[in-house]
Design a protein. Structure first.
Length: 281
């Protein structure tokens, strides 16, 4: 599909052939080897070590949804990167947080972004939030072969549903199975601890600010118990990525905003190392 017609300035025939509004279908038909799940891996002995992203958390509030992730990537028992980004906008009203094999996860997010943009350009309208969640499910299912070889990608998808006028969260398993989560969700190696923390801290009437604080508290608890999850690093000034999606669209909290949340939590934890009780967010 490359510019085999660069000299003429014309697009290849593949781009001019009517077909599906799905960019993935387009690749499957014309260059399937570009899809992550279509690649074959060389035989390896033992476990294949690759950088992995870890903990992602999400929680809804009356005006939208917060999606956040820690910054640590690990490779076996080693920290491979301290400041990796794991939360990305999918489009104006949705975002994806990734856990699992980092390289494949980032590639999947980029393909998902293209999928949504391609659909909008071809159809002249955006997919519903439910439709976006289903498209991501299909992409994860397409990566099943890689997942069976230990290269799994397990994201959380969250966004503002313009039809229902509320924030929604979807979680996935390695086979592409999709579940809608109500209230809050977590995935990754520290998800058990993050989910436990949110179970105690979450309330349906939390404000946007309180919800952002709650998810950072959950990441703090996950980092306290799970070595693969990185908590706020005040010394290096590395803080979790915290994003908010409302009827106004996607936004990422600034470093100053997240650092203020992290420092406040850290100061409180000097007095209460195990974190706040449910009534003391």
């Amino acid at each position: 599909m490359e510019a085999n017609s660069r000299s003429t300035g014309r697009l290849p025939a593949a781009f001019l052939t009517p077909g599906s509004a799905s960019f993935m279908d387009f690749l499957s038909e014309h260059q399937p080897e570009l899809l992550p799940g279509k690649r074959s891996l060389p035989p390896v002995q033992g476990v294949l070590e690759a950088p992995h992203g870890t903990t992602i958390v999400a929680a809804t509030f009356p005006g939208g949804v917060v999606l956040a992730g820690d910054r640590r990537a690990t490779m076996g028992n080693l920290i491979s990167q301290r400041d990796v980004e794991k939360v990305f906008p999918a489009d104006e009203y949705s975002a994806v947080g990734i856990a699992g094999t980092l390289g494949f996860a980032v590639e999947m997010v980029k393909l998902f972004q293209l999928e949504l943009e391609h659909f909008e350009k071809v159809e002249g309208t955006t997919l519903s939030l439910e439709g976006k969640a289903n498209r991501l499910s299909t992409m994860i299912r397409g990566n099943l072969g890689m997942a069976m070889q230990g290269l799994a990608v397990v994201p959380i998808f969250a966004g503002w549903d313009v039809d229902r006028e509320k924030g929604r969260i979807f979680s996935y398993d390695v086979t592409g199975g999709r579940s809608e989560e109500h209230g809050f969700a977590a995935t990754g190696s520290g998800s058990l601890f993050a989910r436990g923390a949110l179970k105690k801290l979450y309330r349906e009437d939390l404000t946007e600010s309180d919800t952002a604080t709650a998810v950072v508290q959950a990441l703090y608890d996950a980092a306290d118990e799970d070595s693969a999850t990185g908590g706020p690093d005040l010394g290096r000034r590395i803080y979790p990525i915290v994003t908010v999606i409302t009827e106004d669209g996607f936004k990422r909290l600034t470093e100053a905003e997240v650092s203020e949340i992290a420092r406040t939590i850290h100061e409180r934890r000097l007095e209460q190392p195990d974190g706040p009780r449910a009534s003391l967010l």
